[in-house]
Design a protein around this ligand. Structure first.
Ligand SMILES: Cc1cc2nc3c(=O)[nH]c(=O)nc-3n(C[C@H](O)[C@H](O)[C@H](O)COP(=O)(O)O)c2cc1C
Length: 216
């Protein structure tokens, strides 16, 4: 049994990557970690060129990655939430799994899960529910392909402004937008999975549930 984990986060060893690895490790199964920034994956162009062949006509790495998804027994998709929805790289990857659908349903029945990193605090009701939007994008892909959606891990990530150098001084500061007018780089701090023990527990639980779903 092999579980494929795909991270859409372009940042090296990011929160998204760490959370995804925690889920994969907790399965206790053979796993593979793929980082989408290492590949070129254009979005689906809706040409339907894959209908008879189950192979995309776009000759980039999307073909090879779809093959990996087809061979895997389970799939964990991890992304982040620029402008409050799933990042484009992860979305393009999901769209490129469309060739696996026609007449075969290669992904149908497989267990799947989502890992979503977002910066907006969940108790901020003024901004869109970024984490929810990211989870929904992955969950709806899995539901529409007939996969078993096992669950989602939401993890708190960093507002890019904590490391941009202009932080709370910028007139468009995301720190103030997300955490309020008195928030500063220091008061917000750096978020990482290690400082979110509940999220790491949830990651392990999700990994165990995925492994259970693969038991005969
Ligand atoms: C262009 C851009 C826009 C962003 N917009 C949002 C947003 O609207 N809501 C949010 O929660 N996070 C937003 N973020 C923050 C990312 O979700 C956050 O950086 C995420 O934690 C990154 O995960 P990583 O550390 O795993 O790469 C944005 C990030 C970028 C780069």
């Amino acid at each position: 049994m092999k579980v494929l984990g795909v991270s859409g986060s372009p940042i090296k060893n990011s929160n998204t990557d760490k959370a995804l690895r925690a889920v994969l490790d907790a399965t206790g199964l053979e796993t593979e970690f793929v980082k989408l920034i290492d590949y070129t994956v254009a979005p689906c162009k809706a040409c339907l060129g894959c209908v008879k062949t189950n192979r995309c006509v776009i000759e980039d790495d999307g073909i090879f990655l779809a093959e990996k998804a087809r061979e895997a027994n389970a799939l964990v998709v991890a992304g982040f939430t620029p402008y409050s929805t799933l990042d484009a790289r992860t979305k393009a990857f999901l769209e490129r799994l469309y060739p696996l659908r026609h007449n075969q349903g290669f992904m149908a029945g497989k267990p799947g899960a989502a890992v979503i990193t977002s910066a907006v605090p969940e108790d901020n009701k003024e901004l869109p529910p970024a984490a929810e939007m990211g989870v929904n994008a992955v969950m709806f892909y899995m539901m529409e392909e007939g996969m078993q959606f096992i669950g989602a891990l939401k993890i708190q990530g960093n507002v890019p402004c904590v490391r941009c150098g202009f932080g709370d001084q910028c007139k468009m500061s995301g720190i103030k937008m997300m955490y309020g007018p008195t928030a500063t780089v220091d008061s917000v701090g750096i978020k990482d999975p290690e400082s979110q023990p509940l999220s790491l527990d949830a990651a392990r639980e999700l990994g165990r549930k995925l492994a259970d779903a693969l038991k005969p």
